[in-house]
Design a binder for this molecule. Structure first.
Ligand code: GUN
Ligand code: FE
Length: 437
């Protein structure tokens, strides 16, 4: 059955690419045809558009006061298998946290039935929180990673899914040989592509430079190039991690160089954290077009540090927001927006003439910024004509927000950024299809 053509009428907000200023349409109509944006016009044109696109009354969504439509949220970095650990284990910092809490849990995903139970919940929970696109780490297990891909396909989330690679400095029950790692990675890419769901794609996922040797990373870089696959990993999250990487790769002049030598830095690469990246590393990322996933909740919870997003943007590095669940305790990009604001404000306390991020900038980072960071911005991230309709119908009358006077569009957006939770996400669309929340 062909997808119904729909019109959304009322307040419509998105980013056109300028992080400082959103594109706000107070009385607009947005037409969605075949799951894609057909047009965004002033509301006066509604009668003509109904005629032109043959839109039935039942498919016209008229927003009421306090409601608006915005692009879906993009989580550029999260670990689906770590969901059972959300909220636990922040008494340790990164390397000890991995050994104590994370690796033992991830090892249990050799059981695909356990994976099914967790991954079904993760996809449901994140869709509920408005995450229309998610870039996931799974585990080293190919079969249970495919379970995550099938859950995204079935529940209607857009996703990049990574089978994790780990052949070094890892526990005996959670490590792979180089041969198995490469074989399962290529097998995984073939099998996920064979699902035939365009919005669910593979991403090559060396865990980080501590968990993979140089040979494995180079082979993965070659696969990424050969098969034109996205890449994700972690970088410069924690000082102890950076020291260890220096010891392991004495020939590389900095952390980014380790990945660059392995051909892992591409236009389709996203690096999580980047708290301590040097100027020379930022220049390299900017030149190549590699992006950073900013995960403020994680960086605070694991006591990693404060990432200066303004500095990344000034160096022309693409940035998106990530929950890094369960390094962060939040599953929601609404939380990530708030935590990005808090961290940026804390940074400003120690700097003169430093303007912290504001609410419009974090909405940009959470939507188009995230899509750019994942190199999916030709498909999603805003309401440019021809892009897929990945969107939220937000209702600020619900949940923690009583609208007890009239608020302007920009005031409503501030309330969204500072107050919203799942209760305010009334509808979620991915590629024009309404998700079951
Ligand atoms: N670095 C390597 N693995 C991980 C992980 O699972 N979480 C975080 N936050 N950092 C990592
Ligand atoms: Fe992470």
């Amino acid at each position: 059955m062909a997808m119904a053509t729909r019109a959304f009428v009322g307040l419509i907000v998105h980013s056109l690419g300028n992080p400082d200023q959103l594109d706000v349409h107070e009385n607009a109509v947005l037409v969605v045809k075949d799951g894609k944006i057909a047009c965004l016009e002033p509301e006066e044109r509604l009668p003509e558009l109904i005629e032109q696109y043959q839109i039935s009354e039942a498919n016209i969504v008229k927003m009421t006061k306090g409601q608006f439509v915005m692009p879906g949220l993009v989580d550029t970095h999260l670990h689906a298998p770590q969901y059972p650990n959300v909220g636990l284990g922040y008494d340790k910092t990164l390397l000890e946290w991995l050994d104590t809490y994370t690796f033992p849990l991830e090892a249990s995903y050799s059981d695909a039935a356990f994976a099914e139970k967790v991954y079904q919940a993760v996809v449901r929970r994140t869709l509920n929180a408005g995450t229309t696109t998610a870039c996931y780490f799974a585990t080293i297990h190919k079969d249970s990673t495919l379970v995550l891909a099938r859950q995204c396909a079935a529940q209607g989330q857009r996703a990049l899914i990574g089978k994790v690679n780990m052949n070094a400095n890892s526990p005996d029950n959670y490590i792979e040989t180089t041969e198995a790692s490469l074989r399962d990675t290529e097998g995984f890419i073939q099998e996920i592509r064979a699902l035939g769901v365009a919005r669910v794609q593979p991403v090559i996922t060396p865990r980080f430079a501590i968990s993979c040797d140089a040979n494995l990373m180079l082979k993965l870089g070659e696969i990424a190039q050969k098969l034109d696959v996205h890449v994700q990993t972690h970088i410069s999250e924690n000082k102890g991690e950076i020291e260890f990487v220096k010891e392991l790769f004495p020939d590389c002049k900095n952390y980014a160089e380790v990945y660059n030598k392995a051909k892992l830095l591409t236009k389709k690469t996203v690096l999580a954290h980047g708290v301590y990246l040097l100027d020379e590393e930022l220049q390299l990322l900017s030149k190549i077009g590699t992006s950073v996933s900013h995960c403020p909740n994680s960086n605070t919870s694991l006591q990693s540090g404060m990432c200066d997003v303004k500095r990344l943007l000034q160096n022309n590095v693409k940035v998106g927001l990530g929950t890094d669940m369960s390094g962060g305790y939040g599953h929601s990009i609404m939380d990530a927006m708030r935590q990005a604001l808090s961290v940026s404000t804390c940074i400003s306390f120690n700097k003169e003439n430093y303007k912290p991020l504001d609410f419009q900038q974090v909405i940009h980072l959470a939507t188009l910024g995230g899509a750019e960071a994942l190199a999916l911005d030709e498909i999603t991230g805003n309401f440019a004509v021809g892009k897929e309709f990945d969107a939220l119908l937000v209702d600020m009358n619900a949940g923690p927000s009583d609208l007890i006077k009239d608020y302007s569009a920009l005031e409503l957006l501030q309330k969204f950024v500072y107050l919203a939770d799942d209760r305010n996400i009334k509808q979620v669309y991915v590629a024009g299809t309404l998700a079951q929340l």
